[in-house]
Design a protein around this ligand. Structure first.
Ligand code: PLP
Length: 385
């Protein structure tokens, strides 16, 4: 009897046992750029590496399986994935994006708005009336990012896709913060999912990569055509590494989100903390929606420190956390979004989105959580001393 495997099995076994030449368990890395044609009128399965590569295809199949997609295009970065999705729009089309999305996404959309390619409507997507009003103005694409970066705001994906269906608007979700292990936007009605695979999916902080996944074959074919035409496809070695990272995705995510929950618990009593943004807290405004549409609360959180705390000094004293951009890796990272990940955002836009200079974002990794708590508490005590 054939039965569909659990996603954990799909991730860990992706491509295993497919090597017919030597029966290598781990699928080999194909670096070759070109492939031989037996006859000039018989196109082989792969002919040129930008258009298709067996190693990249193995990763694409695995990600498509995990997101329940009809097809996937693996790209050179998360930004390349987002750029690829924008290729589906016509000049002058409007895209609705979250007012607090990743700074690089804001920069790309603002640049295209400034040079007249697209119109952009940045909206607080936790406010469904605002989303509905923006859709009514004729937007062609609704771009979601939930949980959002860095404030962990939760957008109701099902409600947004229902609104977008009324205006026939394509819905794209950036699923980077949770990965397919914790959220499947296509199952919630989205048309396209994008990932920065640089983050949780690879998880080892040694590859920049991205992926676009489409619900229908038609959309997947359009995206594959654009990926080849614009040349944003990912490199074979990057795909090989990412596939290796993907095998342990579920185990890593489970451990990291468990630690994130304990880290938040420990922080709750600290007087230096004004507010914790973590969807796992029952006080988080998106907690109930997160419970419905996510399979966990993830390993990301941000903290608003009280006025008396010198956040730059606190971060400087951390020894287990590393001050760095990026997220979702095996190592715990900390950053100040206003001056780091979201520095490209105009200060007024940051203020409007609620990203203050005292907001600190934490990405919880695989260290023992007691060491992380001890590290932050020590830095807070040291900075106040
Ligand atoms: N989307 C989100 C939510 C991100 O956080 C990032 C990067 O931090 C990106 C997209 C862009 O990904 P990349 O850095 O792989 O281009």
């Amino acid at each position: 009897m054939s039965r569909k495997c659990h996603p954990q099995t799909l991730a860990s076994n992706a491509g295993v046992g497919t090597n017919s030449e030597f029966q290598a368990i781990a699928p080999p890395l194909y670096l070759g750029v070109n492939y031989r044609w037996n006859r000039s009128d018989e196109k082989p399965q792969y002919d040129y590496g930008r258009s298709g590569n067996p190693t990249r295809a193995t990763l694409e199949c695995a990600l498509a399986d995990l997101e329940g997609a009809a097809g996937c295009a693996v790209t050179a970065s998360g930004m390349a994935a987002i750029h690829l999705v924008l290729c589906l729009l016509q000049p002058g089309d409007t895209i609705i994006a979250p007012h607090d999305c990743y700074g690089g996404t804001q920069r790309l959309l603002n640049a295209y708005a400034q040079n007249g390619r697209l119109k952009v409507d940045f909206v607080d997507q936790t406010n469904l009336s605002a989303v509905e009003a923006a859709l009514a103005k004729g937007a062609k694409m609704l771009f979601l990012e939930t949980p959002s970066n860095p404030l962990l705001r939760i957008t109701d994906i099902t409600a947004c896709t229902a609104l977008a269906a009324k205006t026939n608007t394509l819905v794209v979700a950036d699923n980077t913060f949770l990965s397919p292990a914790l959220q499947n936007p296509l199952a919630l009605g989205c048309d396209i999912v994008v990932h920065s695979t640089t983050k949780l999916i690879n998880g080892h902080s040694d590859v920049i990569g991205g992926a676009v996944l489409a619900k229908t074959t038609e959309l997947a074919e359009q995206l594959a055509w654009w990926a080849n035409t614009t040349g944003v496809t990912g490199a074979p070695f990057d795909s090989y590494q990412t596939l290796r990272g993907l095998r342990t995705l579920f185990a890593r995510v489970q451990q990291q989100q468990h630690s994130a929950g304990e880290f938040v618990e420990a922080l709750l009593g600290r007087p230096e903390i004004k507010r914790i943004h973590y969807p796992g807290l029952p006080t988080h405004p998106g907690h109930e929606i997160a419970k419905q549409q996510q399979q966990g609360f993830g390993s990301m959180l941000s903290v608003e420190f009280a006025d008396q705390v010198n956040v730059i000094e606190v971060l400087a004293q951390l020894r287990v956390f590393t001050i760095a951009e990026s997220l979702g890796g095996f190592e715990s990272l900390v950053c100040i979004p206003a001056t780091m990940t979201h520095a490209a955002m105009p200060p007024e836009a940051r203020q409007k989105a609620g990203i203050s200079d005292r907001l600190v974002r934490f990405s919880i990794g695989l260290e023992h959580v007691d060491d992380l708590i001890h590290d932050l508490f020590g830095a807070l005590d040291g900075a106040l001393a």
